[in-house]
Design a protein around this ligand. Structure first.
Ligand SMILES: [Zn+2]
Length: 175
């Protein structure tokens, strides 16, 4: 098995009014010339968790960070007008949390981030080094993407025994 230090969350960047199935996503990624869908898991609007690439295989979801990460995507991320929005259904939220709990059981030292946050992490980063985050968060001013359109660091902080926000507390305690 690979060493997993990061769990990266994505949205499909499709409108909440439009279906974008696991099959479609897989086909689109294959059309790009990839061997398979880039994500390890895909959560459709009904909350179903589809298995994409096997976990032991590197994904193709986050340039520079695929080697040690797991990629999860949920269907949606844009409102009816095409603006970034947290469009997760209750079923998606429930499945996503259950999946993250399972993955944290397998990779207890991993950290959970949104795609927009990881773009600020230096590649080949030390998981203990949280200096890329300010107050436990990435800086919206430097986002180059909105994906996954919600604050994954904050929402799943409780799942990480040594999470990012706890790292922040430790840092503050030192000051
Ligand atoms: Zn993304």
């Amino acid at each position: 098995m690979r060493t997993i230090t990061l769990i990266v969350l994505h949205c499909s960047a499709t409108r909440t009014t439009q279906r974008y199935t696991f099959r479609q996503c897989r086909e689109d990624h294959r059309k790009r010339g990839w061997k398979d869908i880039g994500y390890h898991f895909y959560i459709s609007r009904d909350g179903q968790v589809h298995e994409g690439r096997p976990l032991w295989q590197e994904g193709a979801h986050c340039c520079g960070h695929n080697k040690h990460s797991v990629g999860i995507c949920y269907e949606g991320g844009l409102d009816a007008t095409g603006e970034p929005a947290d469009t997760r259904t209750a079923a998606q939220r429930q499945s996503l949390r259950a999946l993250l709990e399972r993955l944290m059981g397998m990779f207890p030292s991993a950290i959970i981030l949104g795609h927009r946050d990881i773009l600020q992490v230096p590649s080949g980063h030390d998981p203990e080094d949280l200096s890329f985050l300010k107050n436990g968060h990435s800086n919206p001013a430097t986002w180059t993407k909105h994906c996954p359109c919600f604050d994954a660091v904050l929402e799943y902080e409780d799942l990480e025994p040594e999470g990012l926000l706890k790292g922040k507390e430790k840092e503050e305690g030192r000051m």
